[in-house]
Each structure stands twice: as C-alpha cells, then as structure tokens.
Design a protein around this ligand. Structure first.
Ligand code: IPM
Ligand code: MN
Length: 355
C-alpha cells in the first residue's frame, strides 16, 4: 500500500487561502509522481472566524491538530482585528502547545532573483536561521503596574531555560551537520549586555559543541549579525539564536533573499507535529485578485515534505521553483510577476511532473 499522510490545512486570512490552494496543487502533483498520498483536512481558523464567532483556536481543534503528520498554514491576520489577539491566541498558542520549539527559516537567494545587496548573488546568500520558538520574550511573562498612570511600570521578561536552550542548540548542530555545507554554526546573541540570558546560551553552546567536532563554531552579537548579513552574508551557514532576535533577523533575511513572495518557514517539533507557512502574512490588499505570489507557500509545502520524510519531493519543488524563476516569472512582487497566482501554481505543478 502506498504511504498516506494526514495533513491539517489552515488557509487562514487574506491571501492565505489563495496561496495555500496553489501549494496543495503542487503537493498533489508531487505526491502523484512519487506515489504517496496526502489527505487534507481543512480548519476554519483565523480572523474571519473570530469576527463571526468570537473564537480563535478552540481547545478541541488544538487537540485534533496534535493528531496530524503536519500542519500547512496560509496566513493569520485581519485588518479589523486588534493586533495581538490572533497572533497570540492562534499562532503563538499553536507553537507553544504543540511544542514547536524550532522556527526554521532558510535564507536562500534563487538564481534570477533580485537582492538589494550589491555584488551578492545565490552563492553568497544561502544560509539558514534556527530560531528558538517557545521561550525568550515570547512567553508572555511579565506584567504591568499602575497602567494608564504616570507611574506605569511595564515588565516583559525573557525566559531562557537550560532545557529549552539546549534542545534548540542540539537541533542547530544536528541541522548544520546534515546540511553539510560549510559545517559552521554561528550563535547570534548579545553576551555583552544580556549577561544572564546569553551567558546561558553561550555556555550551553560551547558545551554541546564538544559533541560535534566536525562543526566550526562562531559567535556574533545580534547587531553585528545584522551588519554581516548585509555586508558579508556568505559568512553564514547556519545561525542559531533566541526567539526575539530570530524574529528580527529573519525578516532581514527575507528581504535579502528577494522578499516576502519567496520566504517560507517551519515551526518544528522534531518529535511531534510541525507547521509550515509562507512568512509574508495575510496581505489583505491583494486578497482575491490573483496577483499574490504563491512561491513562498509552495516552498513551505516543500519544507513540509522534507520534514515528513519525503525529501525527494521537497527537492522536486525547489528545482521547479528555480526553473520557473529563471525562465518565466518576471518578478516576485505581487502584481508584477507577469502571471497570476493560479498560473504560477499551474506552472510549478506541471514542472514537478516533468523535471
Ligand atoms: C513570525 C511572525 C510572528 C512572530 C508574529 C505574527 C507573532 O512575525 O512568525 O515571524 O513574531 O513570531
Ligand atoms: Mn516575524
């Protein structure tokens, strides 16, 4: 019997459903070519449902999500919903409750894609950020006193546990080894100022490093990391960092790899259920126009395949995307691609069947 995988799909808000539809089109082409089956179950989660029913992520849905092989997410975010609600109650809650403790963000410049960096190309811009995804400033620890008065005090604490830090570092070392490119792992921190948190990170980093003699270790402060990402991106192979710094540097990463039309990421629980997404958000102003770029979602589908054990499928998707960019897609920006959202999906789906 052929392999069958159950995938939960959360198309979400804005352009999420459009790009997810193209991702599924491509995934289905890949699975038919390679002889496995993907069974999708769609969940109506996001700003629209929240506006309709007041519900964000019901406990029952969260429990169901734990049963799948993986989750494929479009985008969460709605212009009529106050910022923070959907992010916290849907996206962050899923990361925390499914213990998706890694946020994996490849920063890869495909051939033929424009980067704002002068004199840099695909050879220079090809690294991966391993971002801790369940701790740091994201836990919600802290509080407020005397809110709304002149004496207001706001405290937002960064939580770093030895266990949380170490498992993230181990993942990063293993990933660097498996990637086998430069075999170099850079810890990005701020040891000169955050002397508790990044002291823990630093000690754990060099202790774990002993178990990986084949991996070269390096360290850069987060401000310097931003500088090097622009000036010498070729210095990086894999970067490991905490949740907040990872959030910030991966947006910088997305920009140097050609923007939100191509950047994807995975929220990974290596022992559990992982969730894959284009990182561009719901882009409400482009909704329903067939002009949003689906490549990020399509590549997120590729990442999903890699993590469920269908690496060959992931490679097919990457190759097809690379070919399409080199030959037919004019730009990665919404509306300037020279073809529509659906047409790009068709093109990649056709291509994965024939390359
Ligand atoms: C991301 C996003 C989220 C984050 C937001 C939407 C909460 O920016 O996935 O990088 O900050 O992690
Ligand atoms: Mn972000």
């Amino acid at each position: 019997m052929s392999k069958e995988y159950n995938i939960a799909v959360i198309p979400g808000d804005g352009t999420g459903p459009e790009v997810v539809a193209e991702g599924i089109k491509v995934l289905n082409a890949v699975s038919s070519r390679l002889g496995f089956t993907l069974k999708y179950t769609e969940y109506d989660i996001g700003g629209e449902r929240y506006k309709r029913t007041g519900e964000t992520l019901p406990d029952s849905v969260l429990e169901e999500l734990k049963q799948y092989k993986a989750i494929y997410l479009g985008a969460i975010g709605h212009p009529d919903v106050k910022p923070g609600i959907l992010e916290k109650e849907i996206l962050l809650r899923t990361r925390f409750e499914l213990d998706q403790y890694i946020n994996l963000r490849p920063v890869k410049l495909f051939e033929g894609v424009d980067t704002p960096l002068k004199n840099k190309g695909p050879k220079e811009i090809d690294f991966v950020v391993v971002r801790e995804n369940t701790e740091g400033l994201y836990t919600g620890a802290g509080g407020v006193l005397k809110k709304g008065t002149k004496d207001e005090v706001a405290v937002q604490e960064s939580i770093n546990t030895r266990k949380g830090v170490e498992r993230c570092l181990r993942f990063a070392f293993d990933y660097t080894k498996k990637r086998n490119k430069e075999n170099k792992l850079t810890l990005c921190g701020k040891t000169n100022v955050l002397t508790y948190a990044f002291n823990l990170w630093e000690r754990a980093f060099y202790e774990v490093a002993i178990e990986y003699p084949g991996i070269t270790t390096d360290y850069a402060h987060v401000d310097a990391t931003c500088m090097w990402m622009v000036k010498n991106p070729e210095w990086f192979d894999v970067i490991v960092t905490d949740n907040m710094f990872g959030d910030i540097i991966t947006d910088l990463g997305a920009m140097i790899q050609g923007g939100m039309g191509i950047a994807c990421g995975g929220n990974i629980n290596p022992e559990g259920v992982s969730m894959f997404e284009p990182i561009g958000g719901s882009a409400p102003k482009y909704t329903g126009k067939n002009i949003i770029n689906p490549l990020a979602a399509i590549l997120a589908g590729g990442m999903l395949l890699e993590f469920i054990g269908e690496k060959e499928g992931a490679d097919l998707i990457e190759k097809a995307v690379q070919n399409a960019i080199k030959t037919e897609i004019k730009s990665l920006d919404a509306g300037k691609m020279g073809m529509g959202t659906r047409e790009i999906g068709d093109l990649i789906a056709k291509s994965v069947l024939s390359i």
